[in-house]
Write a new protein. Sequence first.
Length: 484
Amino acid sequence: MIGLALGLAFLSGVVSYDLGVFTSAALIAAVAAALVAVRSSRARVRLASALVVACLLAGAGRAATAAVPQELPAEAVGATSFTGTVVNLPRLYPNRTDVELRLRTPVEATVLAHLPPTTLVRQGDVLSGVGRLEVRRPAGLSSSSSMVLSVYRSSVVGNASTPAQRLRTQIRESIGERLLRSIPEPAGTLALGVLLGDDSGMTPPTRRAFQAAGLTHITAVSGWNVAVVAGVGELALRRWTALRLRLLVLTGIIWAYAYLVGLQPPVTRAALMGSLYLAARWRGRPREPLTALVWSVIAMIVVTPEIRFDVAFQLSALSTASLALLSPHLGRYPAWLGVVAVPVVAQFAAMPLLLYRFGAYSLIAPVANVLAGPAVAPVLAGSALVAVGSFVHPAVAEALGVLAWLPARWIVWIAELAAAWPELAGRAPSPDGRTTVLLYLGMAIPALWWWQRATAVPLHEGLSLLVPEVAELPGDRRSVGKER
């Protein structure tokens, strides 16, 4: 528990700095620590209270010492010609393609570039074109500014990718070609999205249907994918390797997969969380997913403080936190109740942030996720089998393609059906940043109290296949010393 308390103190320092209330928070924490020191005769308690205050100060200090955003020269603001290099894997949305672009002209800076939705680029491509460059400052929090380039037109004039990036691109494209040859559309593109996060071939109507149904996260590689990869590796290695060697190999597998899918913030966070979990197994310590989550988030903020403003990172962390708080209780109830509760709780946890960021809500999304969730694991397993079978013979891949096509087609049908009820989704007034933080604080305090009082009960066998999200929460507080 002390590890969790220190981690939460660090994150509280970061949040209080961003909200501009750090002085008050630090004063309250110092007074509380002083009272504890005076009233407690135990040295460990006094030390713990001092460490909490130190972590609070460290969190605020790291947020305060983050790099100051570069200001744009006056001549670069507005419509401008540009050249730059794509430094990450593209992210596709219904109305645009987003890439991180390292500009060479008109200024040397790294910006978020919004490309037209029909633009196809690869990591390492050198782009030249015309766009509008501006600095955007998110409202409500004292967050860092971000440079945004809205691209009107562009063309690829070269490629500056590294050998490792070119190898990754070749592997992804090879797997994609093999899947799309063996799994008919639109299920083929969905299968590729589930396996590698590449949904670039998804048609605009299908993409809009997934957005309306609240199912876009299915094709966004997340912690669940990392957990499944680790689980498959565990099953394959358990019989042939000793525990410690297996843990080392699993750590390598996790990070290799994370690199293959682009080291996106949710994947990196999940890989860190998985590594902390494996380290706890190595030492024979309790594997508490909530503590691993908190410290994986802290590690990313320490290395890259601006990551805390990435919406995908925020949504991934919040959803996983809600499931970590819920998991000790799931085993007490029938499995079917867990199938319903997990997506509803995850959606409820994400709703304040979605309202703050986008002003959007969806009443159909929890229902769609309950219906589509059990089919995601078969899609991933079937896609992996197709990719492996394609190296044996195309006929083998096509035969195995049915295993992925059936559940993938079911998910697409659910998305199309949910999108036919537009009145169940819409826009609502967006709360400001401080209100959003207060909402989460109001939910977190009773949830943490409820979680702390719970005795962990093993999850129902197969629940992680019916509700993929729970796969990211391996282990419980009672399993120490049971491995060999």
